[in-house]
Design a protein around this ligand. Structure first.
Ligand code: SF4
Length: 442
């Protein structure tokens, strides 16, 4: 059987695209292999958010040149964010690549492979839902971004915001639920802008309300949000709809107004905090996460301290922190000097990590001895684990791991928290729960 391998770099959007492509290729009669060296079709799904990710891909493409020279019959496809609207330079530089496809451009890939290997692609494009989805899956709903933050390459590579059709998204999730999906995370670079480009007047709230109707779907999440586009209606849905989880990612990027202007984020610290206050008042159990950049061009110690103060004030459940790195092609790379030295960036990263470690530990300690519902996701090194609605990882205690078999994966369980750290929790299954799951073998 002709085999394929897909290497995926980057975010959950890429993971989702790779899963879809993989399902289509299996439906067409190709066989998935773990090794690219042993595969006849090699697909590289690329990311360019960081220079290091792009460098990794170009290094890998160099390796593939040797493979193609040795075995010219192999097909090499590059897809994802590295492929911009004009791929002529890439084609020149990597002449051994057979096809360049932009994110979600599945048709040309399937078309090429169906012709080259004489396969029927009928029906493979219309049903791109993974054949065996995981318990929890990411589904892109809007691609691209119209914001043009000065440090970000995404709008240049992924283009303008383009929302997927509501019924297409609904059908895809519905099929996946039929195949075992329990939890969906709706994805977009700016997920709250879903629908703004569509002819029908739709937004994320309309989509979430519709998806909420799918029987068998237990949980709905969405990311990534932009503070300016997260409407009160969306926040109200998180508060009111039972399947929508109390978990919001609201990237702040900096806690200082001058830095925010330099980043062209379009809001002030006060406006951001006002939104956070509204969310906390409306959804008292909310878990909040954010993204933060330290060492942005010209960031002074005082400005960094303002970011620290914001973290202390909000008490986020998680902070995705990164040191600023110059990204060719962005406004910042042309106009703002990358003038914060590496050791200062590292020091600022460490300070954020240390602070967050303590904040997260303190927040998790409040969950001790309380009951929560988790969605059981699987085993890690033999230990069964799941996640709360607030996206906290919970490991079931040892005595249970011997008793419970894998049939509980994908089930909701009520648990009592017995221990915690900054990053995870341990729990016992509430005793009478075990009787509820007749199929659980104990
Ligand atoms: S909103 Fe996000 S994806 Fe869009 S430009 Fe800003 S950082 Fe990039």
């Amino acid at each position: 059987m002709t085999s394929f391998n897909i290497s995926t770099v980057g975010c959950q959007m890429n993971v989702s695209d790779s899963e879809k492509l993989s399902s289509s290729l299996v439906k067409m009669g190709f066989e998935s292999k773990n090794s690219y060296e042993e595969s006849s079709i090699i697909v590289v799904n690329t990311c360019v958010v960081r220079q290091s990710a792009e460098d990794t891909t170009t290094g890998f493409l160099g390796k593939l040149r040797k493979i193609k020279t040795k075995s010219p019959e192999k097909i090499i496809v590059v897809m994802g964010c590295m492929v911009g609207p004009d791929s002529s330079l890439l084609k020149k530089r990597f002449s051994h690549v057979d096809l360049w496809a932009r994110p979600q451009e599945f048709y040309p890939i399937l078309d090429l492979l169906s012709v080259r290997f004489n396969k029927d692609m009928e029906g493979c494009l219309s049903d791109l839902a993974p054949i065996s989805p995981k318990i929890s899956a990411f589904v892109p709903i809007v691609h691209g971004c119209n914001k043009f933050c000065t440090f970000c390459i995404i709008p240049f590579r992924r283009g303008k915001e383009t929302s997927r059709d509501l019924s297409e998204i609904y059908d895809e999730i519905d099929i996946m639920v039929d195949r075992g999906l329990k939890e969906v995370t709706l994805l977009g670079q700016n997920v709250d802008s879903y629908g703004h480009d569509l002819k029908q007047r739709l937004d994320l709230a309309d989509l979430v309300e519709k998806i909420h109707e799918i029987k068998g779907l237990e949980r709905i999440r969405f990311l990534t949000s932009h503070p300016n586009d997260m409407s009160r209606r969306i926040i109200n849905l998180v508060a009111d709809l039972p399947k929508v989880c109390e978990n919001i990612n609201l990237p702040v990027q900096a806690g200082d107004n001058t830095v925010l202007v330099n980043m062209r984020r379009g809001y002030t610290v006060t406006q951001y905090l006002k939104k956070i206050d509204f969310i906390k008042n409306k959804i008292p159990d909310i878990s909040l996460t954010t993204d933060l950049i330290v060492g942005f061009p010209n960031e002074t110690n005082e400005q960094f301290q303002n970011s620290i103060n914001l973290l202390k004030k909000v008490q986020f459940d998680k902070v995705h922190v990164a040191a600023y790195s110059n990204r060719n092609g962005t406004y910042a790379s042309r106009k703002l000097p990358d003038n914060i030295d590496r050791s200062t960036k590292k020091e600022r990263l460490n300070l954020v990590d240390e602070l967050q470690k303590n904040i997260q530990k303190s927040l998790n300690s409040k969950m001790l001895a309380k009951n929560y519902q988790i969605l059981v996701e699987g085993r890690k090194r033999g230990v069964m684990h799941g996640r709360t609605r607030t996206d906290k990882i919970v490991y079931l205690n040892n005595n249970l791991n011997k008793l419970l078999d894998d049939s509980i994966i994908g089930k909701m369980m009520d648990v009592k928290i017995t221990d915690y750290s900054s990053w995870s929790l341990s729990a016992d299954v509430i005793k009478n729960q075990l009787n509820k799951f007749e199929e659980i073998k104990v």
